[in-house]
Design a protein around this ligand. Sequence first.
Ligand SMILES: [Zn+2]
Ligand SMILES: [Zn+2]
Length: 265
Amino acid sequence: MSLIDSHCHLQSFVQKKSLDGVLSKAKSAGVKKLITIGTSIDDWDCYQSLAQSKPNIFYSVGLHPCNVGKDWSKDIEKIPEYWNSVCQPVAFGEIGLDYFHLPKDKNLAEKKVNQQQQCFSRQLQLAKLLDIPTIIHSRNSFEDCVSLIDQSGLDWQKVVFHCFSNGKLQIQKLVDRGGRASFTGNITYAGNGQILDAVRYQGIEKLMLETDSPYLCPEPYRKCKNEPFRVRELLVFLKSLFEEDSQLIENTIYSNTEKFFRLLS
Ligand SMILES: [Zn+2]
Ligand SMILES: [Zn+2]
């Protein structure tokens, strides 16, 4: 099997010194390439040095909406510097809006939403200038994410909504604009009907898979810490949703991901 985990967060494995084992398990499962996704100033350098030392690891840089604090504008000033380095990121992200993890107090929540929107818009401008693939995190905020991307003028062909959790109506809006979605372990959870409709609607032409490790472990291991090798389980699950030849599906997902992120090793 040939697989790419297009979205994982490897920092916790680095910190626990378990990365070598995690990577060799992934290799045995057929995972040829991995993209480790930046979320804050605390992981960008870690991912850059990983990518520098391992030819099959690629990385992205971006400020995750849940990490947007009072210093957000100072944090994101550093982002373009990574594109002037020897080992450049393959994407901007993950960036977006997360209305799920908001403070309970209404005023505080409103403030946080404003802050997230400002930071997201600013990062979209940077992504547009850099003209690179951009990974969107959208939780309970789909419409606002779409309209801020529309306003930014970023090329939708470069946009992927990761861990897509909405339905057909929403994915239609992405596909109509030229964007796409990637899917993770929650496609295997109970009550996943609408996500599966979205998977089928988008079809295999733009399909990409991700584990979002260490989060979102697929069923029946949902309570476990997720690892990149499980992208194989997602592929097996997805193959059952389509009528196309199983090797064709695998090859298409692989080349979609290579092309979208321009993964040159
Ligand atoms: Zn995310
Ligand atoms: Zn993520």
